[in-house]
Every structure is written in structure tokens, then in C-alpha cells.
Design a protein around this ligand. Structure first.
Ligand code: ADP
Length: 482
């Protein structure tokens, strides 16, 4: 299992497997309540132990205090040592100390024998004389101090003295600690089990992605027929669909490339075959009349022109296929550009008495590649003349709004049957092969035109009716968008 991408310098932040964060999240989610519960539990045990020790000490000392009341502990005639002994036993039992303070705040007894005769005016003691018991817990030093009043046996039961008990909670804490240690070991085992479970679960959850990766790898190895299908998650389904779409496009591109190559070979071969036939028939004839010879040579020359035109168009098309970086953008007067194109085509139109009209609704200047756009528009106007009828007309209209300019090339020609309208922008596609051949068409003109318009982020639309005429509408942004 590869969790980290090891190779590659400058690989920061590192690329790691999805399993890593998944394992971490699962472990965090699993451990958090467990640790929290453990801590709360050991804290509760500690607290309840301390509480029970406190009430135990309080009970015992209250009994001792009652005994002192009954024995008249603070009477001058009291001489018995039994209560002092009991005091010492109690203090030892709780690993603590008991101090007795009389009405004058003077210490009269101390199980540690350290402060007898000294004065104790601690706040707790004073408050105890006022009848208020206090209990202070020192968590850091792990002991608590408790004050208990010792009442007089005389009527009125005034407070004759105060018993100050301090008792250690150290041995209690060590029990809680032992418990914590125990649970530490348990935690370790739980972490290990959770870790293994988290890895297994993460592997299971990410399995669809691994399946997907291995399918895509196969495709990348050139096996385009592999079906990429992983529907476990919506996400993997979406990736599968996107990959399949890409594969579909690649396949289509591959097929169109193959078709193009075969079309190119065919188109280039046609004039050569004609030349060969013409040359062969000339050679096979004896004593050829000069006129026939000349006629054949003219045909051969026409075929050579055709071959040369196909090659020129192919080169233009290849140029259009290159990146947009090849665009030579400048501010160009579109009116001027159209005037030049029409001027060039007018003599051809005149031969068939076709009227060529330019209608400029406004002056238009736009950011375009002049050479490329000129080629594209030239193809449109040339087609409008080529596929027209004798005495027909061609009307070129130029208009613009604040964002786009529009060029309409309308003709009174033969029109394009509806079923072919979608295909005429394809390379080498011709509705009437014979007519296109007659007029010197290569079937590449509209493909070049569409390419150029797309490079300018524009659109081209076609409206046509068989026998009535055709209108191409081109829409291009006034400012070039790279
Ligand atoms: P070609 O070199 O054959 O003219 P194009 O790519 O320029 O190739 O055009 C493709 C085909 O579309 C033409 O062969 C023709 O059948 C049809 N076509 C293009 N323009 C027109 C038009 N204005 N009127 C009728 N048919 C047209």
C-alpha cells in the first residue's frame, strides 16, 4: 500500500493517499469519547474516595468531640489521658494530625506535640467558635483540614474548644493513579485495535477509487475499449462518466483524423490519376495532331493547378489548427476588407453576369487577424458566386452593435438541400462533387472559414433553400478575446 508519493523534488505539500486522513479521522472520532470517558471516570473515582474519607474523618472526630464534652475535657480537674490516646490513634489512622484549641485560642493538645501552648487564630478556628464548621481541601499537597466544635457539658452548651483535624488523601490518590495506569494499558490496546480497524475500513472505503485508477491506467496504456465504470459512489460515477466522455472524444478525434488522412490521400491522388490517364493516352497515340496535343496539355496543366490548390488549402487548414498564439491581431477596417474582397471577385462574377453588392450599414473597425479573416470571407463570397445562377446576385451586408459585427453573404444561387446543411463545414465535403470540381473547389473552403471564425470566438450560421439561394451570417466580437 503506497501512502506517500516519494519521488519528485519540490513535492511540497506532499501528495499522500486518501487512506491517511481517513485513518486519522476514524481514530480521532473513535478515541475522543473513549479518552474523555476514561478521564471523567478516574476523576469521579478520586472525588468519591475523597468525599467518603472526609465524612469518615468527620464522623469519627465528632464522636471524639462528644466524648470530650461528656468527659469535661476542658475542666481544670480533667486529668484522664484516654481521650488523648484515642486522638492519637485517630490521627495515625488517617495519616494526619489533630490539634485542640481552647476558648483563648491556645493550643492545649497536638498529636505532633509541636505547638502545645501556642496560639491559633486561624480564620477557620474563629468561625468554628461561632458555630460554623469548615472543611478545606488542598489538592496540591493532598490533604484536607476539618474543624469540629467541642461543646461544654454545662447547660447552654457553649463551645469550649475546637478540634482541628488534618488528614492526608495521598494513599487514596495512589489508588486512583493505579486505576489510571490500568486504563492506560487498556487505552493502548484499544488504540491498536482501533488503528487496525481504521486502516481496514479506510482501505474498504477507498477501494472504488483504486478500481477506477486501475481502469484509467488501462485506458492510458492505449486500451481504449476498456469500459470505465465504477458506480459505488456518486463521485466515482461522475469521474467514470467524465473519463468515458473524454475517451469518446478521443475516439472521435482519432476516427476523424483517419478519415481526414484517407480523404487527403484520395483528393491528392485524383488529379495525379487524371494527369496519368491524359499522358498515357497521348503517349499511346501516334502522330498526334497539334490541336489535340495542346488540348491534352491544357487539361494536364489544369489538373496541376488543382493539385496545387488542394495543397494550398490544406496548408491553410493546418495553419488554422495551430494555437491561438499564432493570431496576428490588429485593428482593421472591416468595410475596407470587404471592399477589397469584392473587388478581387468582381471579374469572375462579371463573366456570368452576377451582380455583386456591398451594403455597409455603418463603419466598422474591429480587432481581427486580417489575413485569416480575409481568407474566410473570401471563401464565402467566392462560393456565393460559384454556386449561383447566370444573371444572379450576391449581397454582402455589414452591420455592428456595441459588442459584435455581423457580415451577411446572401446569394440567389442553387441553395443547399437541408439534409446536407450540417455537413458542408466538414473537410472535403461537397454537395455536388462534379459541380465543385468544375468550379475548381477543393471542399476545404468552408472548413477553413469556420476554423477562422472560431479562432475569433465568433459564430457562423446558415440559411438556405434549394433553388432559391443561401445566406451565411457571421458574428464576431469587435474586441478580440484570447
Ligand atoms: P468547395 O471548394 O467545394 O466550394 P466548400 O467547403 O467551400 O468547398 O463548400 C462545401 C460545399 O458546400 C460546396 O461543395 C457546395 O456544395 C456547398 N456550398 C458552399 N457554399 C454554397 C453556396 N453559397 N450555395 C450553395 N452551395 C454552397
Amino acid at each position: 500500500m503506497i501512502l506517500w508519493k516519494k519521488e519528485g523534488k519540490g513535492n511540497w505539500p506532499p501528495t499522500f493517499s486518501m487512506v491517511v486522513p481517513l485513518v486519522l479521522v476514524i481514530m480521532a472520532v473513535g478515541l475522543f469519547p473513549l479518552l474523555l470517558q476514561g478521564n471523567i471516570l478516574s476523576g469521579t473515582v478520586r472525588q468519591s474516595q475523597i468525599d467518603s474519607r472526609r465524612s469518615e474523618v468527620l464522623n469519627r472526630c465528632q464522636i471524639l468531640s462528644s466524648k470530650m464534652t461528656r468527659a469535661g475535657y476542658f475542666m481544670p480537674e480533667y486529668k484522664d489521658t484516654a481521650l488523648n490516646t484515642e486522638m492519637e490513634i485517630t490521627a495515625d489512622l488517617y495519616n494526619g494530625r489533630i490539634v485542640i484549641v481552647d476558648k483563648n485560642y491556645k493550643i492545649t493538645a497536638d498529636t505532633f506535640d509541636l505547638s502545645v501552648g501556642k496560639i491559633n487564630i486561624a480564620e477557620e478556628v474563629i468561625r468554628c467558635f461561632q458555630g460554623e464548621l469548615s472543611n478545606v481541601y488542598n489538592k496540591e499537597k493532598q490533604y484536607f483540614a476539618q474543624t469540629i466544635p467541642i461543646y461544654s457539658d454545662a447547660p447552654g452548651h457553649s463551645i469550649d474548644g475546637v478540634m482541628v483535624v488534618t488528614a492526608s488523601t495521598e494513599n487514596l490518590v495512589s489508588i486512583a493513579d493505579a486505576m489510571e495506569e490500568q486504563s492506560g494499558f487498556l487505552d493502548l490496546i484499544v488504540v491498536l485495535i482501533l488503528g487496525v480497524a481504521a486502516v481496514a475500513l479506510s482501505r474498504l472505503l477507498t477501494q472504488p477509487y483504486r478500481n477506477l485508477a486501475s481502469m484509467i491506467d488501462k485506458v492510458a496504456d492505449g486500451n481504449m475499449e476498456t469500459a470505465v465504470e465504477e458506480d459505488t459512489y456518486l463521485e466515482t460515477q461522475r469521474i467514470s462518466e467524465a473519463v468515458n466522455q473524454t475517451i469518446g472524444k478521443l475516439r472521435a478525434a482519432d476516427q476523424s483524423r483517419q478519415e481526414f488522412v484517407s480523404n487527403v490521400s484520395h483528393e491528392l491522388k485524383t488529379p495525379i490519376t487524371s494527369i496519368r490517364v491524359l499522358a498515357d493516352s497521348l503517349m499511346s497515340m501516334e502522330e498526334v495532331p497539334a490541336e489535340l496535343y495542346q488540348e491534352f496539355m491544357q487539361d494536364i496543366s489544369d489538373e496541376i493547378d488543382r493539385e496545387s490548390k488542394i495543397i494550398d488549402d490544406l496548408l491553410s487548414l493546418v495553419k488554422m489548427d495551430k494555437s491561438a498564439a499564432e493570431m496576428n491581431i490588429a485593428q482593421v477596417s472591416i468595410n475596407g476588407l470587404l471592399e477589397l474582397i469584392l473587388k478581387r471577385i468582381r471579374p469572375i462574377a462579371k463573366k456570368r453576369n452576377i451582380e455583386l453588392i456591398l451594403e455597409s450599414i455603418r463603419e466598422v473597425s474591429a480587432e481581427v487577424d486580417e489575413v485569416k479573416l480575409s481568407l474566410a470571407l473570401n471563401n464565402l463570397v467566392e462560393n456565393a458566386v460559384k454556386y449561383n445562377v447566370e444573371d444572379g446576385w450576391v449581397r454582402v451586408t455589414l452591420d455592428a452593435d456595441h459588442k459584435y459585427f455581423y457580415i451577411k453573404v446572401a446569394d440567389s444561387g442553387i441553395g443547399i438541400p437541408e439534409e446536407f446543411q450540417d455537413r458542408i463545414f466538414e473537410r472535403f465535403y461537397r454537395v455536388d462533387k462534379a459541380r465543385s470540381r468544375e468550379t475548381g473547389g477543393t471542399g476545404l473552403g468552408l472548413a477553413i472559414t469556420k476554423s477562422v471564425i472560431l479562432m475569433h470566438q465568433g459564430t457562423i450560421k446558415l440559411e438556405s433553400k434549394e433553388g432559391e439561394g443561401t445566406t451565411f451570417t457571421v458574428k464576431i466580437p469587435l474586441t478580440y478575446i484570447a
